[in-house]
Design a protein around this ligand. Structure first.
Ligand SMILES: [Zn+2]
Length: 415
């Protein structure tokens, strides 16, 4: 298994003995003091190769066990990761790209990218002997934790905004979680979950504050690299709410460079809804040399998974993305809706609105010329359209109702 050498504060750089702190740097606090898990890359780089990952024969993120803070012996049986990467040749040609890949993470056990983080966080809870877990979430992280806790046989306490999409709440109830539907925003649910977890001793998997999340989320980048046989796309597009997924993906590519397995990272671009763009704005401040925090704004978008006003992983997201030479782009809700309806028709992947935002971001960056003709790009699809079908299909006509007669089919076809 992997052996972290330190948990390091992303703001003050102070290093903590691995596992001596659960969440964030006590000196910098929960917002600025998120922790990064550090490994001995020099020594790992001497023994890790594409063949060494393949030799594990594990069709899950545990093929990267050496780069994870916990070993596979603590993992539950649900399989997270090793999702397919699709080459979209026709669409790439139409868009003027020389290649376009889609990493379909809707195929994780609870149908979102969040399963990668949860797989590692729940393994950490088991390693640490914690008897219950908790999570605040716009929906996907919660359903993910509920599923993995069910698999682990440990209680799960969930805090979601009361307007979370019904299919996500259905998953929570099906997995047997204790669900608190908070009459407030995601940001309020987040703070309440932190207080309750401290009070009742639950292991808190909420975004950003738990350093295990980014470790799980980085595996999407490692897989893309392995599935593309070592090719690194020029651009990678990721939808951004709390900033944790993009931090993970950027860290994964950076680690490949530190290990000597890749020569460069892609330019990683975060895509936010224009009505919920706290990290995009923080990135602009960072470029001007101004402070990243407080990054606390109102949030409004139809893409519920990225409807975040007070992102918790904003410091990492801004710094890690800057380190790849990438940036952020914002898209209107109409563009997200159009992307969500175009993607399944063009490539057969049904994405939830937040995930479709990544594709909308690609189109926007192509239009503005930031992504030049002939470039290669990869889009991360981070959640299934089945999570929020009403959100995706808004404005589309329903099916044609006909009597059970062949003539009716002929009539309908002729119209
Ligand atoms: Zn600190």
């Amino acid at each position: 298994m992997g052996e972290p050498v330190a948990f390091r504060c992303v703001s003050c750089g102070r290093e903590y003995e691995p596992w001596s702190v659960d969440y964030t740097c006590p000196r910098c606090g929960p917002r600025a003091g998120t922790l990064e898990v550090i490994y001995d890359y020099k020594s790992l780089g001497r023994r890790l190769t594409p063949a060494s990952f393949a030799e594990t024969r594990r069709p899950s993120l545990w093929r990267y066990e050496e780069l994870l803070p916990t070993g596979v012996e603590h993992a539950v049986s649900l399989r997270a990761g090793w999702t397919p990467t699709y080459a979209c040749r026709t669409l790439a040609a139409e868009l003027g790209l020389s290649a376009l890949w889609v990493k379909d993470d809707s195929l994780n056990p609870t149908a979102s990218y969040k399963d990668r983080a949860t797989a590692v966080a729940v393994a950490a809870a088991r390693k640490l002997g914690r008897e219950a877990c908790s999570c605040a979430s716009t929906g996907n992280a919660a359903t993910s934790l509920a599923g993995f806790c069910a698999s682990a046989g440990i209680p799960c306490h969930i805090f979601v905004p009361k307007d979370a999409p019904k299919p996500k709440v259905a998953q929570l109830i099906a997995f047997g979680a204790l669900v608190f539907a908070v009459d407030g925003t995601y940001d309020q649910a987040f703070d309440l979950c932190s207080e309750a977890s401290a009070r009742f001793g639950w292991y808190n998997r909420s975004a950003a504050i738990n350093p295990m999340n980014v470790e799980g989320k980085k595996t999407g980048a490692l897989e893309l690299w392995e599935q593309l046989e070592g090719k690194i796309p020029d651009y990678v597009l990721v939808p951004v709410g709390d900033g944790s997924v993009i931090s993970g993906i950027a860290k994964g590519f950076s680690e490949l460079v530190w290990l000597g397995l890749a020569e460069r990272t892609p330019k990683v671009y975060g895509v936010q809804a224009s009505g919920a763009a706290a990290i995009a704005h923080a990135f602009q401040r960072h470029l001007r040399g101004d402070p990243i925090l407080p990054a606390d704004e109102p949030a409004e978008t139809l893409a519920d998974s990225i409807k975040v006003g007070k992102p918790r992983d904003v410091v990492k997201a801004v710094r890690y993305v800057a380190a790849t030479g990438g940036g952020f782009v914002t898209v209107e809700d109409e563009e997200i809706l159009a992307a969500g309806q175009a993607l399944p028709r063009r490539i057969g992947v049904f994405a939830e609105p937040a995930a479709a935002a990544a594709y909308a971001g690609l189109l926007s960056l192509l239009r503005s010329g930031v992504i030049p003709e002939g470039a290669t790009a990869a889009v991360f699809i981070t959640g299934s359209g089945l999570k929020d079908p009403e959100g995706v299909l808004r404005g589309l006509p329903g099916p044609t109702v006909i009597p059970p007669e062949l003539q009716a089919v002929e009539r309908a076809l002729s119209q």
